[in-house]
Design a protein around this ligand. Structure first.
Ligand code: DX5
Ligand code: ZN
Length: 217
């Protein structure tokens, strides 16, 4: 099975409830929430207040991707806004283990993400405490970028590293039907898709086609 996590970043911010309902009705299982701080990445998005509001109208699994420098400082803000899983960046903190433990202690699922230049091996020490690995397939910061094919090898390495552990393998950046297919072949089982879904002429069909990629497995 493949989980589709449409990225809200590419939605029309003027009608967020409708945009979320659209992908929820199409069968997406997760909603990807890109939180950016203008430091770790050169862009700003939204924070806990907006997430809390969307939570009131959606039953999707809320998959937050924190692109925040020193996430440990801001984590408490994200504990009561309805997020189900928080994924932080390996490169964003000196205290990866501590930040992950804080998330776990609040009974949320936790994940670890790596940027394109970061080797897969850095994930190894944390595999016993995480629920999700997120491999960036573009430089984090903006939607609508081109998929980096050289990241496929890292997806394969992560698949091997995860083995039978109960950890999802998520890919994020430039995912569409074609690149998504390549990622699934390499072992990815969560596909984040922003532009491919929300900028599509028919988002419902696109979500359905992405879900079908799970049949490749
Ligand atoms: C980029 C974000 C992505 C982004 C993906 O830093 O982490 O989640 O929204 O957008 P697309 O699918 O358009 O590349
Ligand atoms: Zn993301």
């Amino acid at each position: 099975m493949v989980i589709i996590s449409p990225s809200l970043l590419a939605a029309d911010f003027g009608c967020l409830y409708d945009e979320v309902a659209k992908v929820e009705n199409a069968g997406a299982q997760w909603l990807h929430l890109d939180v950016m701080d203008g430091h770790f990445v050169p862009n700003l998005t939204f924070g806990p207040d907006i997430i809390r509001q969307i939570r009131r109208k959606s039953k999707l699994f809320f998959d937050a991707h924190l692109m925040i420098e020193q996430p440990e400082k801001l984590l408490p803000m994200f504990f009561n806004c309805g997020i189900d899983q928080i994924t932080i960046h390996f490169e964003a903190t000196q205290n990866v283990q501590q930040a992950l433990s804080v998330i776990k202690n609040h009974n949320l699922k936790c994940g670890l993400s790596i940027k394109p230049q970061t080797p897969t091996e850095v994930l190894k020490p944390y595999l016993n405490m995480i629920d999700n690995v997120l491999i960036m397939t573009v430089e984090p910061g903006f939607g609508g970028q081109k998929f980096m094919t050289d990241q496929l090898v890292k997806i394969r390495q992560a698949t091997e590293m995860i083995g039978d552990l109960p950890i999802t393998l998520e890919v994020d950046g430039g995912i569409n039907i074609n690149t998504g297919k390549e990622c699934v072949k390499c072992g990815a089982n969560v596909l984040v898709a922003g532009s491919a879904v929300f900028k599509s002429e028919n988002p419902v069909t696109t979500v359905k086609e992405l879900i079908k990629l799970g049949e490749l497995k």
